[in-house]
Design a protein around this ligand. Structure first.
Ligand SMILES: Nc1ncnc2c1ncn2[C@@H]1O[C@H](COP(=O)(O)OP(=O)(O)O)[C@@H](O)[C@H]1O
Ligand SMILES: [Mg+2]
Length: 150
């Protein structure tokens, strides 16, 4: 599917949000600058809007690995694992677990090998035009049919 603009990506984030539950896992896959953090920002800001809260800054956790957001009854954990090179490093840090009572949004999730129940993988690629992207979805569990619903 083609994402025509930032505004279009924002609309897609709202469709994802409709289905999002408190312990879901979103893996964002694609090269640098393709829009993983931007999609996360839309998800977080739209959830804040829905809950009647003011929208906060959503920065890339490139150096911190993780930023957390408390949004009413939701907790969002936004990871960027680009700098992690080995699974054991990730285990050692103890920052990711599928058991966490939070929505886990993960950029560069390649090292996460644990099987997850309800997971949406979002694949992003550059498009032909500057503000165009290509997006594909692969879901597990409750997300399995999402690609047909959007
Ligand atoms: N349709 C689009 N979808 C996503 N990002 C877009 C789009 N058009 C332009 N951009 C721009 O591309 C950049 C994506 O950066 P970012 O979200 O940080 O990427 P990543 O986290 O994948 O490295 C942002 O500057 C954003 O404004
Ligand atoms: Mg990013």
């Amino acid at each position: 599917m083609i994402v025509k603009s930032l505004d279009h990506l924002n609309k897609i984030s709202e469709i994802i949000l409709k289905k999002l539950d408190k312990k879901d896992c979103l893996f964002l896959i694609g090269e640098i600058g393709v829009g993983k953090t931007t999609l996360t920002r839309y998800l977080i800001n739209n959830l804040q809007k829905q809950k009647g809260l003011s929208q906060t800054e959503v920065l890339s956790p490139t150096f911190n690995l993780l930023y957390e957001y408390e949004i009413s009854d939701f907790k969002i954990m936004h990871y960027d694992l680009y700098r992690i090179k080995e699974t054991k490093e990730l285990k050692h840090l103890g920052i990711f677990s599928e058991e966490l009572d939070a929505v886990k949004i993960v950029e560069w999730p390649d090292l996460i090998k644990t099987p997850l129940q309800d997971k949406l993988e979002v694949y992003l690629r550059y498009g032909e035009k500057e503000n165009e992207r290509k997006i594909e979805f692969k879901g597990l569990g409750k997300w399995e049919n999402f690609k047909n619903e959007i």
